[in-house]
Design a protein around this ligand. Sequence first.
Ligand code: GRG
Length: 298
Amino acid sequence: MQTTDTQDFKTTLKLYQERTERAIDEMMPPADTRPAVLHEAMRYSLQAGGKRIRPVLIQAAHAMFPSRLDPMAACVAMECLHTYSLIHDDLPCMDNSDLRRGRATCHKQFDEETALLAGDSLLTWALWFLAEKYHQVPEVAVGLVRDLGHASGSEKLIGGQMEDLIGEKQEPTKERLNFIHRNKTGALITASLTMGIRLCEAPTETVETMREIGHHIGMQFQIVDDILDATADAETLGKPVGADVENGKLTYPALYGLEASYEKTREHTEAAIKACEALGGNNGFLIALVREMEQRVS
Ligand code: GRG
């Protein structure tokens, strides 16, 4: 699909988001699966809304080249992984947040023990589900599990979270801030793109270009997030604002200033688009999405 028209873009975005909602509902264990409270908690957090950016990126990458494989199981696995990280991040021992995606966080709605186990379950379920759903194409299945397993591990998502916590107690540095953003946010965004393109059974060079695009989109996404935390209102954002400063978090506006932060988002946006253009294929939607993400307000 060569989608550059604004209306086409919005329709496709909505389609990808709705497909994700439907796939989550159909593919996750029903809420009354024993132990019911655990499965209710998993669904409660997963189905609380959210922008579904990572599944949208998987579908955008997957749409670039013809494919015989369905990306929706990968979309659900990715959203499970992401939701686990949010549930754990909100716990009292981490950010201690009461509000997420515009409603009570998992540990507020249920309790701390249930939230911890719901997060654990989403993490392990995600990796199992990829192997389960794509095992008939072993090379693809292994690639997907590698991407998601690595992106969520100690050198990437969890490593970024650890450095974020360490950073609260130490002198802020730009090097640490970049490490945190690259890994805490960038890793899952990059994995979304590489997983989407693996589902097209694309050659290694294409996967590597997607990795580069993912780096730029991930940085853009997190810098915009930092800017929104410093400038938006809680109702639009669906979570408390100013929390980063309150929690002593390293952010782009705090270390670089607002103007330089806007400039950085522009640089990453342009670099991502340039690499998308070089890749060719049906890249119209992905390019429009990168532009839209730069302008997002929540
Ligand atoms: C606890 C292992 C572990 C990791 C926590 C995800 C995370 C790491 C922390 C959450 C706080 C934060 C600002 C993370 C950066 C990534 C990010 C911007 C998450 C929010 O993603 P969105 O905006 O959320 O896509 P929705 O609700 O739209 O899905």
